[in-house]
Design a protein around this ligand. Structure first.
Ligand SMILES: Cc1cc2nc3c(=O)[nH]c(=O)nc-3n(C[C@H](O)[C@H](O)[C@H](O)COP(=O)(O)OP(=O)(O)OC[C@H]3O[C@@H](n4cnc5c(N)ncnc54)[C@H](O)[C@@H]3O)c2cc1C
Length: 457
């Protein structure tokens, strides 16, 4: 029997608690602290909710205090952990405004990430605000359920009449939110310092497909512009970049997240971006202390090294691994490839592993093979659509390093195979001869995956 304390109960924390209680409930005492009033909010639903593609927020949660307590945990909500004594093995939290000290035998840190505050004049988070409330009205950070609620309330406020919205950051969250506001018929400007969108996940040829898609749907793109200031008298009135000044009513800052690791207090080893450094068992540098999700590193199979990839999918898996290990049943993570997807105005894109650009940066000698082909046999007259596939592989070892796909139908399942290929170090030549079934309803006798692999030099 171990006493396991979990700090943070969003995706990673909840996953670890579920793993412990579903598998070894009677053997362990589990105590959970979260500073928020809700847990398990699926941020991926934020843009869908704001853009009215779903009717409400009810389905965006899959766990709560009651669920975890019904399995046997003790859960303290609205209770920030303020410090941890790693020698005495105690955590100190504020529960109902009073100091509460809890001892632990095993500790799981799942404190996640916080929005990056870029050096922009006028952009600041109110001191002590756990909900990332900005000092300037209508400047919004997007992380929590409450942030989505605030945006929706403001948009519904007729007195404010918010029509012109600037979204800063053209990563997947910024692009999704730009689409959401456009669906509400707002005048949307998407700004990024880089001269393209989704730069971390796609090479230029594929990201240009998304760029065109955004433009075709009426979003003004201000790529290659650096935001210098957000101005206004108490509330947002203007956004100023190095190239232009635009009058706007709301600014969304979506430039990324940094690991929330203050509780490490300099005692836990950290990665270059401050994330808790963990091994494949999710163990930190201090015995009996695990870290999971956005506050921790991952093992990245595409670079064969430690990396930081903040995704809910990684949070869930790392939570499972830490849950088993903290309960005394040793397992190791398989590592990750950073697999991801996005669907904007009907254009679906998925990728995994390294882009060609990134592969060069990480010191590989990358080559690529790319194809745009019909999904199904040419005689299939209906529901046949184009798919673009780009595979990145290493010229020297021929091992697959990454893949990117785009289509106007759901091709997402294809990327899972590439994820496994990267994990298992499969060569491009083996993909050429892979047993891929054929049925005209689904694909071609020689699928685009085989064709691309065969064409690889
Ligand atoms: C808008 C948006 C869209 C996204 N879309 C996707 C997507 O489509 N797919 C995907 O895979 N990922 C997506 N993500 C990323 C995903 O949400 C994160 O990777 C995930 O939330 C990480 O989970 P986590 O539990 O590690 O951290 P977090 O979600 O950051 O949760 C950390 C928890 O710790 C608590 N906490 C922090 N400090 C303390 C403390 N001192 N004391 C007590 N509690 C504390 C917090 O209240 C919080 O509940 C999206 C994120 C956002 C914001």
């Amino acid at each position: 029997m171990s006493k396991i304390v979990v700090v943070g109960a969003n995706h990673a924390g909840t996953s670890s608690v579920n793993t412990i209680l579903d598998n070894y409930g009677s053997e362990n005492e589990v105590v959970v602290f979260d500073q928020n009033s809700n847990i398990s909010f699926l941020g991926c639903g934020m843009a869908l909710w704001i853009g009215k593609q779903i009717s409400g927020s009810e389905g965006l949660f899959y766990a709560d205090k009651e669920l975890l307590e019904s399995k046997g945990a003790k859960v303290y909500m609205n209770s920030p952990v303020t410090s941890i004594d790693y020698d005495a093995k105690t955590v100190t939290a504020l529960v109902d405004g009073k100091e509460h000290v809890e001892s632990y035998e095993k500790l799981i840190l799942a404190t996640g990430s916080t929005p990056i505050l870029p050096p922009i004049e006028g952009a600041a988070i109110k001191e002590g605000s756990l909900e990332f409330e900005a000092t300037l009205e209508n400047l919004q950070f997007v992380k929590l359920f409450q942030n989505a609620e605030q945006v929706i309330e403001k948009l519904q406020d007729k007195a404010q009449n918010l029509e012109r919205i600037a979204v800063v950051g053209a990563g997947y969250i910024g692009v999704e939110l730009a689409e959401a506001f456009q669906r509400l018929n707002k005048k949307v400007t998407l700004i990024d310092v880089v001269d393209t969108c989704l730069a971390g996940y796609y090479d230029r040829d594929l990201s240009d497909m998304m760029r065109q898609n955004l433009e075709d749907n009426g979003i003004e793109l201000a790529f290659g512009e650096t935001v210098k200031a957000i101005e206004g008298d108490g509330k947002v009135e203007r956004i100023v970049t190095d190239k232009a000044s635009r009058d706007v009513d709301m600014v969304i800052l979506a430039v990324g997240f940094r690991p929330n690791t203050g509780l490490g207090n300099g005692q836990l080893e950290t990665f270059r971006n401050g994330a808790f450094l963990v091994n494949k068992k999710q163990e930190t540098s201090i015995p009996d202390v695990y870290a999971i999700g956005d506050c921790a590193t991952v093992y990245d199979n595409s670079i064969n090294d430690t990396n930081y990839i903040a995704l809910a999918s990684n949070a869930l898996r790392s939570g499972m691994v830490a849950g088993h290990n903290a309960a005394g049943h040793e397992i190791e993570s398989l590592g990750v490839q950073g697999s991801n997807g996005i669907s904007i105005f009907g254009l679906n894109m998925v990728s995994t592993g390294l882009t060609e650009e990134k592969a060069k940066r990480f010191g590989f000698n990358p080559a690529t093979t790319e194809i745009t082909d019909q999904q199904k046999a040419a005689f299939m007259e209906h529901g046949n659509y184009d798919v673009t596939l780009k595979i990145v592989y290493d010229k020297d070892t021929r091992v697959v390093l990454g893949a990117q796909m785009a289509a106007r139908e759901d091709i997402s399942m294809g990327i899972h195979m590439f994820s496994l290929a990267i994990q298992e170090k499969v060569t491009i030549d083996r993909l050429a001869l892979l047993d891929l079934f054929f049925l005209p309803h689904f694909n071609q006798p020689l699928s685009y995956i085989a064709k691309a692999a065969i064409a690889a030099e």
